[in-house]
Design a protein around this ligand. Structure first.
Ligand SMILES: Nc1ncnc2c1ncn2[C@@H]1O[C@H](COP(=O)(O)OP(=O)(O)OP(=O)(O)O)[C@@H](O)[C@H]1O
Ligand SMILES: CC(=O)N[C@H]1[C@@H]2OC[C@@H](O2)[C@@H](O)[C@@H]1O[C@H](C)C(=O)O
Length: 381
């Protein structure tokens, strides 16, 4: 029997808070994965600042549905920005809302406390469904936590489908270097072991922004002129996170950037790039077997210093490091593709997370479905 192929759009606003990634995917929710077009829409600085304020406002939340202060307005604005992104994307690719079966909407994580089973994503699924006229699946982390999981990472099941659809040799390992980095190992029998591996770009971004106002270290240019400060690097790499077998997921604020006076701009950027690479290799020690190949996606693969350090550190372990594109994938669109894939799986009531990914007691599905009652494009204030 042939399975139904659905057309889905995935929307990701990640921990870097740099913008919205959007991608089209056609999938049966299993191993049929046909990647479509994608695009990124950057937030302007003032909205990034507003999101950073939202992190502060969310810090003391104990109820994941509460939206004190500016949080409600930010959530509405963020959601309508996603609606505009969908509208622009459809227009650009000559698609109509009726051709899209579902949108997978991540929203913006503003708080993640796995130890307290608390994760908060800003993003109003009902509003997005109303604004786009397309069914929306959102809030995909919560059900995992209800069942004892850490609510992240969710992308591994998509990595496995992508790998299977590409006929990759197993085992294989994906590394996502976003704001936080995470690792997915897919074993010979398709078994998945995955977890967050440490700080990705978030420390470098904050460090560079505090010194220069720039959002990130483009290409690793700043880092390339600095030197690694061993004591600073050791402070991060000595974190108990790396030796814990319990902790699988991280909050953006679990690792904080150095104080401004602790290093010069270039040495700080160089050290933090090294920390990003070394953290991945350190966390990889918890995988079932040493990887022979790391496939790197996420914005961190565009930082040449991170990539060179990863290559050098992996070489010592006889492993190779390649960017997602070298394996035929799209390193910028992968998370958005994953949210499209997860939305289809959610519609099918298929598991999103597994004991080997989030530590959930048994594989569970997740996500809330919102059907559009009436359509009509709303715009952010
Ligand atoms: N050309 C570039 N050179 C260096 N770094 C870059 C470049 N482009 C993007 N980045 C880095 O990648 C980050 C964005 O990466 P990405 O979009 O994968 O993260 P995210 O999805 O927000 O995070 P997460 O995966 O943690 O949710 C930027 O904040 C920046 O640090
Ligand atoms: C709580 C949350 O939003 N976590 C993100 C974050 O960014 C990277 C890493 O930490 C990962 O655990 C997760 O996102 C990816 C896309 C995931 O869930 O697979």
């Amino acid at each position: 029997m042939t399975k139904t192929i659905r057309t889905a759009i995935g929307l990701m606003s990640g921990t870097s808070m740099d913008g919205i990634d959007i991608a089209l995917l056609r999938t049966d929710g299993e191993n049929v994965v046909e990647r479509g077009p994608s695009m990124g829409i950057a937030y302007e600085q003032s909205f990034r600042d507003r999101l950073k304020q939202a992190l502060v406002a969310a810090r003391d939340l104990t109820d994941r549905t509460a939206r004190p202060g500016d949080l409600g307005a930010v959530e509405r604005n963020l959601t309508l920005r996603h609606a505009v992104a969908v509208s622009d994307f459809l227009y650009r690719h000559d698609l109509s809302p009726g051709e899209i079966d579902v949108i997978g909407f991540h929203g913006q994580t503003v708080l993640h406390r796995p130890d307290e089973a608390l994760t908060v994503q800003l993003g109003d699924g009902a509003l997005l469904a109303q604004a786009t006229g397309i069914p929306v699946v959102y809030d995909m982390r919560a059900n995992d936590m209800v069942h004892g999981g850490q609510g992240a990472p969710l992308i591994p099941v998509y990595h496995a489908a992508l790998s299977a659809s590409a006929g990759q040799a197993l085992p294989t390992v994906f590394v996502n270097i976003g704001g936080i980095s995470n690792l997915t190992f897919i074993g010979r029998n398709g078994e998945i072991v995955a977890y967050d591996s440490g700080p990705g770009n978030t420390l470098i971004d904050q460090w560079v922004e505090m010194h220069t106002g720039a959002a990130y270290d483009q290409g690793g240019e700043i880092a390339s002129t600095g030197k690694v400060l061993p004591s600073l690097a050791d402070r991060y790499l000595g974190s108990s996170f790396f030796s814990s077998n319990q902790r699988r997921s991280l909050d953006r604020n679990d690792f904080l950037p150095p104080q401004k006076g602790e290093a010069g701009l270039a040495d700080g950027a160089r050290t933090l790039a090294h920390v990003t690479a070394a953290a991945i290799l350190k966390s990889a020690k918890h995988l079932p077997e040493p990887p022979a190949l790391y496939i790197v996606c996420g914005g961190g693969r565009l930082n040449r210093v991170i990539m060179q350090d990863l290559l050098d550190l992996a070489r010592v372990q006889n492993a190779t490091v390649i960017a997602a594109e070298e394996a035929g994938f799209d390193g910028d669109a992968m998370e958005a593709e994953a949210w499209a894939y997860l939305a289809v799986r959610s519609l099918l009531n298929r598991p999103l997370t597994f004991p080997g990914t989030t530590g959930v007691a048994a594989a569970v599905t997740g996500g809330m479905l919102c059907m559009p009652e009436k359509s009509g494009l709303l715009r952010p204030d």
